[in-house]
Ligand binder design. Structure first.
Ligand code: NOJ
Length: 687
């Protein structure tokens, strides 16, 4: 029998005439139940897992400018249910086939007094989480509406331990995660990951953010969280016309951190692919004129140390061609970087190269060598300037055979420049509706020109890559670059053990791993990369991205060809991905199977603590012999004292083998498992 949650029974006991009968919907295997009721005219929902509260009765609704609030005086006038069970295929991704299996409950609310007031709620309940969204149907007085507040609450059942970054701060999403009780948070970004006292893992986020404001979470009394939509500069949260469909509010639930990372709920709540032809969308690895600017040994702007010269780009192209990298990013190629570029976004020209960069010749040379230039559009938050050039800029790249463009929106706090119809300038947040619209406009423009995107300083990922698979990767957290110049000494060793369970629950991240020269005393004496070399390799498996950069300089790779082999081999497109074990902030081990071969890859990383982890290889195919090519920290390895101590070895393994991973403090391990060949088995056999 289905258990009725405690709060609902209490609610029932105190039932007044105004309390409508609760409606419940349970996930396919019975794990999760959503309950919905109208309490004295106000809609409320709650979530239980095996009958225990996860989310207690929580508010729903809106405050609309100049209209009666949409959170009261309602009654349920219709409900409908269906089961969705379909399997779809990602054109690229962390997993090829994805099953979407859930139960849906759709509830129509009508004004108790005025039948003209209407609001619809749709709940989808999966075994690994819940999504719900609002539909505001067309109705008199709401043709064009200004949402002043979304009232959605998440009344957490306890003061859970949470991993969070603050919202409304200058550096957007680029903060180190803090782990505190929920009661110590103020306003935070999503995904918000939590661990309950009884060892469950929860994540609140959103899916299919399309023409709406990004949702942050504000803590109310105790451990009740409330949607806090990032406002426009005039205080309006969302401008819309009815009918309006909001993004999905999501709650993912798992017994382990890995259960959260292996959940595909966010993608399942997005619309199917809108592009007819996706054959041009190809995940790839790339190198680029990039790290030298972050080290300060080259400049984005023109001058004697200009990084984006024709000759330097060709140097990277030669390296890419020689080592199997598909792309070469060149930043600082276009006019606009001179002076304080972070403050002069309106000066960027996206079609005019600097005099020492021959764009056509670089593209020709790249093509001749089987490599493609990766374009770069840094806007420095000058949105009007960028939008005015968008078509021309993408058309130019398309003509030159550029298939991927990295965009950038450096700008601090509420510093996005919006120019209204009257020419007045307003300052917006990166995460409000104005920018959500802008980022989507760029995705659609790029798709028209058959261009893939890698967005830095992005809007958070909410799974729209399912609908727009040219939206490949994004930054949206502290990446490798902080190790070059972070004033706090860069990313501490635990940072990358937290990212897979926070930022990456939203989607792929362009972290830019693979720094081999971990110290740069001349360029940046106060900074270094706070890992071992083996950990840099493991990050290619741990931090999923369909675009993975080999971020270091060609000369640093040439100095360590054996370690480079792993970066050359590791794929960026997967058939399966799975977390084997993890403790958030301590360690994590991922395994992934190549989408285009029978190879498996393993990446395991640790924080400041060295550890031995046991990994049964039961993911390998039964009855098959594999060669494990292992890249691990040496016996003396330690990120502080011996970061370069790397052992590379090969050993035969089968599904019955258990590997003992030895991770140095701040270290990691990367393994390629390839089916053994005749030559592995009989190396000396004559042909
Ligand atoms: C910040 C980006 O994260 C980085 O990758 C880029 O090099 C600079 N902006 C310049 O666009």
């Amino acid at each position: 029998m289905r258990r009725i949650p405690g709060w609902l029974l209490l609610g029932l006991a105190a039932m007044t005439a105004a309390l409508a009968a609760p409606l419940t919907v349970t996930s396919p295997d019975g794990t999760l139940t959503v309950s919905f009721m109208v309490d004295d005219g106000s809609p409320r929902y709650g979530v239980t897992r095996f009958g225990r509260d996860l989310i207690g009765p929580s508010a729903l609704g809106f405050v609309i400018h100049g209209a009666p609030p949409l959170d009261r005086d309602f009654r349920v006038t219709a409900e409908s249910r269906r089961t969705i069970d379909e399997t779809w295929v990602q054109p690229w991704g962390e997993q090829a086939e994805i099953r979407c299996h859930c139960r849906e409950l759709r509830i129509e609310l009508t004004g108790a007094e005025t039948a003209a007031r209407r609001l619809t709620l749709v709940f989808r309940v999966f075994d690994d989480g819940v999504g719900f969204r609002y539909e505001i149907p067309a109705q008199p007085g709401l043709d064009s509406l200004a949402i002043m507040d979304e009232l959605t609450e998440f009344a957490l059942a306890g003061d859970h331990r949470a991993w969070w970054i603050p919202a409304y701060q200058p550096e957007r999403y680029e903060y180190l995660y803090r782990a505190t009780p929920v009661s110590e948070m103020d306003r935070v970004h999503t995904p918000l990951t939590m661990e309950t006292a009884d060892g469950l893992f929860l994540c609140i986020h959103e899916a299919a953010l399309t023409d709406y404001a990004g949702m942050t979470l504000a803590r109310r009394a105790g451990h009740i969280l409330k949607a806090d939509l990032v406002p426009w500069s005039d205080g309006v949260r969302v401008r819309a016309t009815a009918p309006l469909v909001t993004p999905w509010r999501t709650l993912q639930v798992a017994d382990t951190p890995g259960g959260l990372a292996d959940s595909r709920l966010i993608l399942n709540l997005n619309e199917p692919c809108r592009l007819d032809d996706v054959s041009w969308i190809t995940p790839a690895k790339y190198v680029g004129v990039w790290w030298e600017m972050h080290l300060g040994t080259a400049t984005w702007g023109s001058g004697p140390r200009h990084g984006a010269t024709t000759a330097n780009a060709k140097r990277y192209i030669d390296f890419a061609a020689g080592h199997g990298f598909g792309g070469v990013l060149v930043e600082g190629w276009n006019v606009g970087w001179d002076g304080e570029w972070t403050r002069n976004g309106d000066l960027f020209c996206f079609t005019r190269p600097y005099d020492d960069f021959d764009l056509e010749e670089v593209c020709r040379y790249a093509a001749e060598n089987g490599v493609r230039l990766i374009g770069h559009h840094e806007t420095a938050a000058g949105i009007a300037n960028y939008e005015a050039q968008l078509e021309e800029a993408f058309a130019l790249y398309e003509r030159l055979g550029v298939r991927t463009v990295k965009t950038g929106y450096v700008g601090y706090g509420q510093q996005i420049r919006r120019v209204d119809e009257a020419g007045r300038v307003h300052h917006e947040w990166h995460h409000g509706q104005f920018m959500v619209r802008h980022y989507r406009k760029v995705v659609e423009a790029a798709a028209r020109h058959r261009i893939m995107l890698d967005v830095h300083e992005p809007i958070k990922d909410t799974g729209i890559r399912r609908t727009w698979p040219n939206m490949l990767s994004r930054e949206g957290a502290r990446g490798q670059e902080y190790n070059a110049w972070g004033g706090d000494g860069g990313n501490p060793p635990d940072h990358t053990t937290i990212l897979p369970f926070t930022r990456l629950l939203a989607g792929p991240m362009d972290f830019t791993p693979g720094i081999f020269d971990l110290h740069f005393p001349e360029a940046r004496p106060g900074n270094r990369v706070n890992t071992t070399l083996a950990k840099q390799l493991a990050l290619y498996v741990v931090l999923y991205s369909p675009l993975q950069m080999a971020a270091d300089l060609p000369e640093n790779y040439r100095a360590r060809p054996d370690a480079l082999r792993f970066i050359q081999d590791v794929p960026v497109d997967w058939r399966h991905s799975r977390v084997l074990h993890a403790r958030i902030g301590d360690y994590v081990t991922f395994v992934r199977q190549d989408r285009h071969s029978d190879d498996w890859y393993l990446g395991s990383i640790t924080d400041d603590q060295g550890r031995i982890l046991e990994v049964p290889l039961d993911f390998l195919e039964p009855g098959r012999l594999y060669v494990a090519e292992i890249y691990r920290d040496g016996p003396a390895g330690d990120w502080r004292t011996k970061p370069y101590d790397l052992e590379i070895l090969a050993q035969p393994v089968t599904r019955e083998t258990t590997l003992h991973l030895r991770l140095a403090p701040g270290g990691g391990q990367a393994v390629r498992f390839r089916p053994a060949t005749e030559e592995d088995i009989h190396p000396l056999k004559e042909k």
